[in-house]
Design a protein around this ligand. Structure first.
Ligand code: CP3
Length: 352
């Protein structure tokens, strides 16, 4: 009888990342923990500033679990930020209300040369403690839910480090990449090394899958995209495959357009996330059916709710049915999203 003991089926998100066409698809939402949730706003007010929230493990773990308790998504994403690596590298960072992130921009070759990737893991210790706490929480509260760790893509993080703030065009970073590719490449390599150590530490703490958010990848020319997005990502995925074999990776080259094909083929990721502007039918053709796709509901359809939300969600599901796929948004949830629209969305997905 003992030999007939059923094996525990892998979590749905991990099965999809392994290339299985799981249906209904596993689902989670970028920025699923955040200001649209009243319980988040309450905790955020207790913590004071955003960085304190990210570096106080009991609070960050609680915030990570909040949407899982409400909606039961198949993945929890670590509550942190892509700018924790610049912060851990010692670059002054704050999040100003209504302004987004503000960093003291890197303006000299010396300030780039002085960055030391070997300090990141020690300084980011609270992040790994959060990962461990979330993993423990999921084991008891949501055993089918996968914990995703993450980092920013090197190019996107370099954009913020050089510009010092959000921008429509990130001209400082994109100009430096042409004018002094050796210096820009030095920053990218520092971030590459820091990112590998930072992601390995998340896996050692309990992250079961990883995602790389390259939010500004789509601003680059094709040549620059290959050099500053695909190549560094491929170097990171090669290192991670050696050091954390079997841990799947999701890449998000936002606004890549037709360069998505190159990215999917050469960045070394297990799954490619697509943004709102991408036609899911095109992506389903362009990316081999052995590789999972993730995305790409318009966050504003989620704000609208009702029939508009249902039509958009069903159209994406129709394009993805029969292939490995993870439902998600095409960009993060916006703060004005009514929480009950997420309930409606989860109901649509579960009856897919
Ligand atoms: O729920 C989750 O998705 C997990 C946590 C997460 C945050 N940021 C929390 C956050 C993740 C995965 C990120 C990624 C991130 N951060 C990206 C890549 C994805 C994307 O949106 O393109 C980028 C570019 C950033 C940088 C960043 N952080 C910006 C531009 C801002 C300001 C805009 C905003 O929404 O306020 C942040 C702040 C931030 N990161 C908040 C949260 C919940 C808001 C902080 C607050 O509560 O005031």
């Amino acid at each position: 009888m003992d030999s007939e003991r059923p094996t525990i089926p892998a979590k749905p998100l991990l099965r999809a990342l392994g290339g299985e066409a799981v249906w209904p698809p596993p689902a989670w939402l970028m920025r699923q923990a955040g200001r649209y949730l009243p319980e988040y706003r309450e905790l955020r007010a207790q913590a004071g500033d955003f960085i304190s929230l990210c570096t106080t493990p009991p609070l960050a773990a609680e915030v990570t679990l909040q949407p899982i308790r409400r909606y039961g998504m198949e993945a929890a994403i670590l509550f942190s930020d892509i700018l924790m690596i610049p912060w851990a590298l010692g670059q002054p960072l704050r999040f100003a209300e209504g302004e987004g992130p503000l960093l003291e921009p890197l303006r000299t070759p010396e300030s780039i040369a002085a960055l030391d990737p070997s300090v990141v893991v020690a300084r980011a210790a609270p992040v790994f403690e959060t990962v461990a706490r979330v993993r423990e929480g999921l084991a008891t509260e949501a055993p089918r839910t996968t914990l995703i760790g993450f980092a920013g893509g090197c190019f996107t993080v370099a954009c913020y480090m050089l510009e010092g703030k959000g921008s429509k065009e990130f001209p400082v970073a994109r100009s430096l990449a042409y004018q002094d590719p050796a210096l820009f490449g030095r920053l990218i390599r520092t971030l590459q090394d820091a990112t590998v150590e930072y992601l390995v530490a998340q896996v050692e703490a309990g992250a079961e899958a990883l995602m790389i958010f390259d939010s500004w990848a789509g601003m680059l020319s094709p040549g620059q995209f290959r050099r500053w997005v695909i190549e560094p990502t491929a170097a990171i995925t090669r290192a991670l495959r050696k050091r954390c074999p079997g841990v799947p990776l999701i890449g998000f080259p936002r606004l890549a357009g037709p360069l998505l094909t190159d990215y999917a083929a050469r960045a070394g990721v297990d799954a490619t996330a697509i943004d709102t502007s991408m036609d899911p039918r095109w992506a389903a053709q362009a990316v081999p059916a052995t590789m999972a796709l993730q995305g790409n509901l318009d966050p504003l359809a989620l704000v609208a709710g009702g029939a508009a939300l249902e039509a958009e969600a069903r159209s994406i599901l129709g394009a993805m049915r029969g292939r490995p796929y993870i439902f998600n948004l095409g960009h993060g949830i916006v703060p004005q999203t009514p929480p009950e629209h997420v309930t409606q969305l989860m109901r649509i997905l579960r009856s897919a």
